[in-house]
Ligand binder design. Structure first.
Ligand code: UDP
Length: 324
């Protein structure tokens, strides 16, 4: 198939492109390079453009017939979404709407969409399955939920086939070290921990140690970025026989606290990691762990990286010698 990967120069998008190329698909990467990296596009053809630019999208669809779209473009920082909600909603919601309109005009009827555990807000169950109510608590989560609703409505009205994949905490890197996580600024836990281990960043700030969890720090479900990519491939296959809108939660089903992540990174790196207690970060729920049952049953998806140390090992290899 020929797949348009919007946001294919970003962290998760680039791993998706690698996965698609490995399965023999042809790829067009469409990315405005605002936070993505040209050097991350090592497979397929890069078109520099913005999903808000309808004419640019029309030009891509006019040039070649695409069988499906995978859509990773987003402003994904929760804190930024709170202080700049217009930018968040414009990029995430208007960008998705523009893309869907361009797809419809071009007769492309399949999309796999990057969603997030943030659509659930403060969870009322642990683990979180797909029937858990969606009640986002910040503009980022709300924008992704709005996109999901758009996909649901488009499925009914126009016959769009769509899967929303709600990632828990994407982590790790290409084990061969070709692509990895490189955000400016970096806000995520594992990169910050590893940079502290390398002496490249300040002591790691542990945001909150008085949560109702086993050691007082937040618990998250870390899933390897290559496993996320594999789930997208399975979602694409599902859409061949299952029209309509589908949502899946993607995680390992096991939670690790911030302190457990630090301990794992110390084991993997063989270094002591300086850390300091800091106030809670606004909008962080104490525990977010996915129920992987539906993804297992309907997508046949089983993460290959179920051990936290193995996930961190791939990230450590990347952070010691990042290619970009
Ligand atoms: N966190 C932390 N120090 C950091 C970065 C993150 O203590 O420098 C915590 C954060 O509060 C959350 C967890 O680590 O509980 C995972 O945060 P991350 O930003 O990686 O992902 P999120 O859960 O926000 O998607």
């Amino acid at each position: 198939m020929r797949i348009l990967v919007c946001g294919g120069a970003g962290y998760i998008g680039a791993h998706m492109v690698k996965c698609l190329a490995g399965h023999g698909h042809e790829i067009t990467v469409f990315d405005n390079l605002a936070s993505g990296h040209r050097a991350a596009v090592q497979w397929g053809t890069l078109v520099v453009g913005d999903v808000l630019d309808r004419a640019a999208l029309d030009a891509v669809f006019a040039l070649q017939r695409h069988d499906a779209v995978m859509h990773f473009c987003a402003r994904s920082l929760v804190g930024e979404s709170v202080v700049e909600p217009y930018a968040c909603y414009r990029n995430n919601v208007v960008g998705t709407l523009t893309l869907l309109e361009a797809m419809r005009a071009a007769g492309v009827d399949r999309i796999v969409f990057s969603s997030t555990a943030a659509v659930f807000g403060n969870p009322v169950t642990d683990p979180i399955d797909e029937d858990h109510p969606t009640a986002p608590i910040n503009p980022y989560g709300a924008s992704k939920r709005m996109c999901e609703r758009l996909l649901e409505d488009a499925a009914v009205a126009y016959g769009l086939r769509a899967v929303a994949l709600r990632y828990f905490n994407a982590a790790g890197a290409d084990p061969a070290g070709r692509i990895g996580e490189s955000h400016q600024p970096e806000t995520h836990l594992i990169p910050n921990v590893l940079r502290a281990a390398l002496g490249q960043g300040p002591a790691l700030k542990v945001f909150g140690d008085d949560y109702p969890t086993r050691d007082g720090t937040c618990v998250r479900d870390y899933v390897h970025v290559d496993d996320l990519a594999a789930a997208h491939l399975a979602a694409l296959a599902l859409l061949a026989d299952r029209p309509g809108f589908h949502a899946f939660n993607l995680g390992n089903g096991t939670g690790f606290s911030v302190r457990e992540v630090i301990a794992a990174a110390e084991r993997v790196s063989g270094r002591r990691i300086e850390c300091a207690s800091a106030p809670r970060r606004a909008g962080d729920p104490p525990t977010l762990v996915a129920s992987g049952a539906r993804a297992r049953e309907q997508l046949g998806w089983r993460p290959r990286y179920s051990e936290l140390d193995a996930i961190i090992e791939t990230a450590w290899r990347w952070h010691r010698a990042p290619a970009y």
